[in-house]
Design a protein around this ligand. Structure first.
Ligand code: NAP
Length: 212
């Protein structure tokens, strides 16, 4: 589900409908898009939709180079030239990971219009789990910390282009699933990150939204 406007909002649109609408109704000509977690699932589909919607540059982040290449090949069937796609094989939680991602985008495209913070992990954890803290640290490191850092690094470019940030959250942010404690916390934090950054960046004409 999409939270329109970034600032709470009662206005929800089905995510799938949104992606279809994007492909059909919107043009991203001239725009450079960065999608994290683009080697599978929602991130891969998002990248393919941006390719179909005519974006001018597409940077895709993941750890599995083979699967990134498969998604790139799907994107090129939608009309985008291979030369306009940048694959970034990176472990986002490693020291310097987000910095290397933004440097690669800067070197290839020199600008950024849309950042999709999609990379995320989940998994079961609860108060009775002896590994709760290990899981908490791992999930938080990707779902919140590296996302916040990548956003911080991208923001100067997004201010320049009056761009957009889309954070991929989860219904778990609002309706806690009992056995997904660490994940619930991380997505609730991501939602608050979304709201805080939306408020901060609104005057700079950068929109920040969350999809669930
Ligand atoms: N699927 C759902 O039902 C659902 C529901 C609500 C919200 N979400 C959210 O939607 C997002 C995508 O979910 P999904 O189900 O599409 O996930 P997925 O298929 O498991 O894909 C996760 C993506 O994140 C990348 N990734 C994971 N850890 C990474 C790391 N440390 N560094 C860099 N990249 C990393 C993976 O790359 P590699 O595979 O190449 O390592 C992969 O491209 C997540 O934020 C998730 O919380 C999903």
């Amino acid at each position: 589900m999409l939270q329109v406007g970034g600032l709470r909002g009662d206005n929800y649109i089905c995510c799938k409908t949104l992606l279809n609408k994007m492909a059909v109704s919107y043009s991203f000509h001239g725009q450079v898009v960065l999608v994290t977690g683009a080697s599978s699932g929602i991130g891969a589909e998002t990248a393919v939709h941006f390719a179909e919607a005519g974006c001018d540059g597409l940077a895709m982040v993941g750890r599995d180079q083979g699967r990134l290449e498969e998604v790139r090949d799907r994107c090129t069937t939608k009309g985008i030239d291979k030369s306009k796609i940048l694959l970034i094989q990176e472990e986002m939680t490693k020291d310097g990971g987000p910095q290397r991602i933004m440097k690669a985008v800067e070197e290839k495209f020199g600008k950024l219009h849309i950042l999709v913070n999609n990379a995320g992990i989940g998994g079961f954890s609860s108060l009775s789990d002896p590994e709760l803290m290990e899981k908490y640290d791992k999930i938080y490191a990707l779902n919140v910390r590296s996302t916040a850092l990548l956003t911080q690094l991208a923001v100067p470019h997004l201010i320049e282009t009056k761009g957009n940030i889309v954070n991929v959250s989860s219904v778990c942010a609002k309706a806690a699933v009992p056995n997904m404690l660490a994940y619930n916390i991380s997505k609730a934090a991501l939602d608050y990150f979304t709201e805080s950054t939306a408020r901060y960046l609104a005057s700079k004409q950068v929109r920040v939204n969350s999809v669930k």
